[in-house]
Design a protein around this ligand. Structure first.
Ligand code: CP
Length: 322
């Protein structure tokens, strides 16, 4: 039986959330961070809830992070992928979900290769639906964990200049970041090869930098996106070496910045392509902090969708065992 809380029934994207709802998620994630630092990483916040993780596309970070978040909140979880399930026999997404609902579930977390799959499902089943990345549409929990990480390090989001660099065209992470960051008052820019930088992004209210050197001069934060190597065959970029030479984030390029830039990457990284190893592992990188924050953000989303109140999160998680 689904609940409707501060976020409504589902989390499909950040485009449809208000500034207040986004701030509520980030603020709710704060007290939940501490649960993962305990010796016994478990609180009874979602005890009795059943959550199905439907991952129909490859994932390491998001899949494991949702599963940790669910288990640390004491939900019962089931993981389903397309291989090994009846999807491989041609069963539709809705039929799969309706059959799972017949077994009395409460929430579905879905990753799918098709843009719009999460919203499609949310409109058709009563369970809460959380989008874990759908095609090139949105990856809302990635956008949220990126914002939490920026807020942790910079103390604010409003007024910061954040540039998203790389394959913007195919990126659900770029879309969720743009919607979320603009709502929280950041200035946002995008930068990448013209073939991977749709003109329509200018209409979203972001600046467009044709050269990465200009972006580095302007920004406080760089969110470096994976070059989706599968796009290489489609001829979007001439070669990996060429991409790294023109668009890659290297320490040589960053040394010319007027200030230290915070470096984010949603992963998985192509080291030596969109980002050099000394930057990815360097002092300004918060790439692993993003991963750590992902668990707390996903706990917050699950808690709020299940009817939890932001102001009661601290009390709900209890003191616990250190
Ligand atoms: N950032 C992200 O979505 O990574 P995964 O594809 O490994 O989940």
């Amino acid at each position: 039986m689904s609940q409707t809380g501060a976020l409504g029934k589902d989390l499909v994207g950040l485009e449809s959330l208000s500034r207040e709802q986004i701030v509520a998620i980030l603020d709710t994630a704060e007290p939940f961070k501490e649960i993962s630092e305990r010796r016994i990483k478990k609180v009874p916040v979602l005890r009795g809830k059943t959550i199905v993780n439907l991952f129909f596309e490859a994932s390491t970070r998001t899949r494991v992070s949702f599963e940790f978040a669910e288990k640390r909140l004491s939900a019962d979880t089931v993981n389903i992928s397309s291989t090994g399930s009846s999807v491989a026999k041609g069963e539709t997404l809705v039929d799969t979900a309706r059959n799972l609902e017949a077994m009395r579930i409460d929430m579905v977390v879905i990753r799918h290769g098709s843009s719009g799959a999460a919203g499609f499902l949310a409109d058709r089943i009563p369970s809460n639906v959380v989008n874990a990345g759908d095609g090139a549409h949105e990856h809302p929990t990635q956008g949220l964990l990126d914002m939490l990480t920026i807020r942790d390090r910079m103390g604010r989001i409003g007024g910061l200049k954040v540039c998203i660099v790389g394959d913007i065209l195919h990126s659900r992470v770029a879309r969720s970041n743009i919607y979320g960051l603009l709502k929280l008052g950041a200035e946002v820019a995008v930068c990448g090869p013209p073939t991977l930088l749709p003109r329509s992004f200018g209409e979203l209210g972001v600046r467009v930098f044709p050269r990465v050197e200009e972006a580095i001069q302007w920004a406080d934060v760089l969110n470096v996106l994976r070059l989706q190597l599968e796009r290489m065959e489609a001829g979007y970029v001439p070669s990996l070496r060429e991409y790294n030479r023109i668009w890659g984030i290297s320490s040589e390029r960053l040394e010319k910045a007027p200030r230290d830039l915070l470096i984010l990457h949603p992963g998985p990284m192509n080291r030596g392509v969109e980002i050099d190893s000394d930057v990815a592992d360097g002092p300004h990188s918060v790439i692993l902090n993003q991963v750590t924050n992902g668990v707390a953000v996903r706990m917050a989303v699950l808690y709020l969708l299940s009817g939890g109140q932001p102001e009661k999160a601290e009390a709900a998680k209890g003191g616990g065992e250190a």
